[in-house]
Structures are given as structure tokens and as C-alpha cells.
Design a protein around this ligand. Structure first.
Ligand SMILES: [Fe+2]
Length: 150
């Protein structure tokens, strides 16, 4: 795939992640977890901005349509049931996907160096998100907090 195709794919991936986090934050019943999910969501917003900048540098108009129903990336999982654990389980799947896609993008040749450093930094965020979610599930983090008023 071309650099432009790769960057555009990652852009859609991050846009899907934002949508999935919106759902997960709504489904989440514990503020200690929801607060962290909001931070991760804002990382994905930053990715959308930095990938858009790289596409612009390559003379491309970033496709960041927000009116699209559903997800761009087929394997993205919608959060359909209320509850902190189920929100985290779905996001673990989604973050596994984003982490794998970023890792694959890093291995590609012919990506300009400035785009590569953006991909590298975003990939580090993805690894951190996945790691936090995995350990929150392991530790049942929500059992350590008072449920928030919904
Ligand atoms: Fe993420």
C-alpha cells in the first residue's frame, strides 16, 4: 500500500477508536475507569490531527468524514451492553486491532521519515492503552472504586 493509503487507513482506525470510546465511556459505570478512557479517547483525537497533518504534507486531502454510520474498519467492535467490564473487554479487542495495525504500518517501506515518527509515537500510545486495559481487567479495577452516579 502507498504511504497515503497507509496513513488514511490509520486515520480511519483512529476515528473508529474515538467512536468506540464514546460508546465505552457511556457504558462504563465507574468513574476511575471512565476518566482513563476519556484520556485514551483524547490520544486518538491527537492521532487524527497528526495523521491529517502528514497527509496534508504529502499533498493529500485527509478523509475525516464524521457522518459515516458505523465503523470504517470492519473488525471494530461496538459496545452493546452496559457495564465497566464489558466496556473494557470490547476496548481490549479494539485496542488489540489498533496496536496490530500500527505495528504493521511501522514495518512498511517507503514511508517518509516525518510520517514514520508520527506512526511510531502513536504506536507507543496504542501499546500503553492496551497494556492499561489488560491490567485493569486483570485487577478488576472497578471493584476498587465506588460506582459513579449515572
Ligand atoms: Fe488506543
Amino acid at each position: 500500500m502507498s504511504s497515503i493509503g497507509t496513513l488514511q487507513d490509520l486515520l480511519h482506525l483512529d476515528m473508529d477508536a474515538i467512536k468506540a470510546y464514546d460508546q465505552a465511556i457511556k457504558a462504563c459505570e465507574h468513574e476511575n475507569v471512565a476518566a482513563q478512557l476519556r484520556l485514551f479517547r483524547s490520544d486518538h483525537e491527537r492521532h487524527v490531527r497528526n495523521l491529517s497533518q502528514e497527509l496534508t504534507k504529502l499533498g493529500e486531502k485527509p478523509d475525516a468524514r464524521t457522518d459515516v454510520k458505523g465503523f470504517f474498519i470492519e473488525k471494530f467492535t461496538a459496545i452493546t451492553s452496559i457495564g465497566t467490564r464489558s466496556a473494557l473487554m470490547s476496548m481490549m479487542g479494539n485496542e488489540t486491532l489498533t496496536t496490530a495495525r500500527y505495528k504493521a504500518a511501522l514495518d512498511l517501506q517507503d514511508i517518509p521519515e516525518s510520517a514514520k515518527s508520527v506512526i511510531r509515537a502513536n504506536y507507543a500510545d496504542e501499546q500503553r492503552h492496551l497494556e492499561w486495559i489488560r491490567s485493569a481487567l486483570d485487577q478488576k479495577l472497578w471493584e476498587r472504586a465506588q460506582p459513579s452516579a449515572r
